[in-house]
Design a protein around this ligand. Sequence first.
Ligand code: SAH
Length: 321
Amino acid sequence: MERLDRFMARANAAYYATHDPFRDFTTAPEISQAFGEVLGAWAAVTWAAMGRPDPVVLAELGPGRGTLMTDARRAIRAVAPDLAAALSLHLVETSPRLRACQQGLAPATWHDEVATLPPGPMILLANEFLDALPIRQFVRRGEGWMERFVADGRFVEQPAALDADGPDGAVLERQEAAETCTGQIARHLATHGGAALFLDYGASESGLADTLQAIRGGDPADPLADPGAADLTAHVDFAGLGRVANAAGAGVHGPVPQGVFLSRLGLFQRTDRLARGRSPGQAGALIAAAQRLAEPMHMGRLFKAMALAHPDLPTPAGFDA
Ligand code: SAH
């Protein structure tokens, strides 16, 4: 019998060590190069607001294939060559297989965890990272709560001491790993200066829901069936992470829907530039990709952007109404 978060950590470590996740699911940077480019532009604007520190750490959590950072760095070289010269790249990645995919980003320093990022001013990017971190789940039974453990591919419930309200059968999730990570980053930013940008799927407000999901071979699967064969994720509770970051001394901005954030940062202007001079077919594909990222019926609403920043920094780009 294994607590759900320990099961999820073990299953995902095995999954990311043995699979090319991008055969199972597609992430925003893989949909359009404009995604990473506008995040690079965000980093450049943020760096200017920080007073152009040199040196500065540019960090990414869970870089996957390295596509986001490749596109972001191209944009940074174009719009802020001084930042390109001042930055040192730090990547937090546990999968040896994905680290190998990220070698094209060298020179860079790889880390197993956020705790070893070097001190100093920092700009941090993380797309679809927090959703992969392990969660705990509790189920309301009568007057109390039971915690979910996994045994032989099924949930087993054990009594838990939990002070929360909820109707019978309700599921309450705890994102302790994401809270630890967010708290560490918030403390870093409050101490050394800088800003972090998280993009992920989840709700703006905390609520009761079972959001654990598994994707195997591109299709939904049983999360408990075959640990290591499927990608396990849960929705991010942005409000909960915002409270943790705030308590750790950082300013919290958003969350705002991804479509709103990307549109404010010029996703469609950048896409028009990329489409210029291309064949009608290529131009149409670029515009369709941007729409997939930004439109509410696709990724524009379920996905959110949230920024943490040193409390003295002005509201980061894309977060002012
Ligand atoms: N950001 C990329 C990849 C998202 S997939 C993109 O948008 O395409 C999740 C990434 O986080 C993978 O690179 C995975 O190996 C990494 N990852 C998952 N759990 C992690 C953990 N606990 N510590 C560090 N990296 C982790």
